[in-house]
Design a protein around this ligand. Structure first.
Ligand code: ADP
Ligand code: MG
Length: 243
C-alpha cells in the first residue's frame, strides 16, 4: 500500500531564507508521529506546508498517492480532511463553543445544523466540554479553549490531525488535561502529526519521533531508540538541553 502521507524533497524559502531544505517523511495511516526540535528549526513551517497554509517552494506532498500540489488536485476536499490545532487556539471569539464546532461542518461538509450540533456535542463530551457548549471562548481557560479546538477539529472527521505545540501557550497546570485528550485520540486509529516540547508525552504516544534541525530531518526513529540512544550529535545536544 502506498504511504498515506509522503513528503518528498520539500523546500520552503522565505525571501532568501531557506527554512525547509529538502524534507523527506513518509507516514502510514494510523501512525502517530511527533516532531521535535529547537525553535526556528522549521517545524511549524513544515506543518503549515502539509495543510497548505504555506505553499512549498519545491518538492511534493502526496496524500494517498496523489500530489496535493498539482493544480488539478481538489484542495477544499483535502483541507477538510486535514485538521489542525494551533498553539494559540484560533477559536472564533464571537461564536460560542458549540457554534465554533459546527460552522465548518455546515459550511464545508454541508451537514445540516442539527446533525452538526449532534456531532459537535458528542465530541465536546469526549473532551469534557459539553457543559460549556454555550460559553464564549473568552470565558474559558487556555486548557478549555484547546480542548474545544480539538473537538472542533475532530468534528470534521479528519483523516489526519496536525498539532503545532498545542500545550506551549498553556499554564503548566493545564498541560495535562490537553495531553490526556490527545493521548485518548491516539488510540482511535487517527493519523496524527504532533509538534511538541513535551518529551515524556512524545515518548509515550509516538510510533515514531522525528528530530528536525535547521530545516532538515536530522534523525528519526522509534521513541525508545531516539530518546535513549540518539545517534546524531545534534540530537544528543538537543535532548540534553531540553530534558
Ligand atoms: P519552529 O516552528 O521550528 O520554531 P518555524 O517554522 O516557525 O520554526 O520557523 C522557521 C524559520 O522560518 C524561522 O527562522 C522563522 O523566522 C522563519 N519563518 C517562518 N515563517 C515565516 C514567514 N511567514 N516569513 C518569513 N520567515 C518565516
Ligand atoms: Mg513553531
Amino acid at each position: 500500500m502506498a504511504d498515506f502521507v509522503q513528503i518528498k524533497n520539500l523546500e520552503k524559502t522565505f525571501g532568501d531564507h531557506r527554512v525547509l531544505k529538502g524534507i523527506d517523511i513518509e507516514i502510514q495511516k494510523g501512525e502517530i508521529v511527533t516532531i521535535i526540535g529547537s525553535s526556528g528549526s522549521g517545524k511549524s513551517t513544515l506543518l503549515r506546508c502539509i495543510n497548505l497554509l504555506e505553499t512549498p517552494t519545491s518538492g511534493a506532498i502526496l496524500f494517498k498517492g496523489e500530489n496535493i500540489l498539482d493544480i488539478q488536485y481538489n484542495l477544499p476536499k483535502y483541507r477538510a480532511q486535514v485538521g489542525m490545532v494551533f498553539q494559540q487556539f484560533n477559536l472564533f471569539e464571537n461564536h460560542n463553543v458549540l457554534s465554533n464546532c459546527t460552522v465548518g461542518q455546515v459550511k464545508v461538509l454541508n451537514r445540516s445544523k442539527e446533525e452538526a450540533e449532534k456531532i459537535a456535542l458528542e465530541n465536546l463530551d469526549k473532551v469534557g466540554m459539553k457543559e460549556f457548549a454555550f460559553a464564549k471562548p473568552a470565558q474559558l481557560s487556555g486548557g478549555q479553549k484547546q480542548r474545544v479546538a480539538i473537538a472542533r477539529a475532530i468534528s470534521m472527521d479528519p483523516e489526519v490531525m496536525l498539532f503545532d505545540e498545542p500545550t506551549s501557550a498553556l499554564d503548566p497546570e493545564m498541560v495535562g488535561e490537553v495531553l490526556n485528550i490527545m493521548s485518548d485520540l491516539t488510540k482511535t486509529g487517527l493519523t496524527m502529526i504532533i509538534v511538541t516540547h513535551e518529551m515524556k508525552f512524545a515518548q509515550e504516544v509516538s510510533d515514531r519521533v522525528i528530530f528536525m534541525d535547521q530545516g532538515v530531518v536530522a534523525e528519526e526513529g522509534a521513541p525508545e531508540e531516539l530518546f535513549s540512544n540518539p545517534k546524531e550529535e545534534r540530537t544528543k545536544e538537543f535532548l540534553q538541553r531540553i530534558i
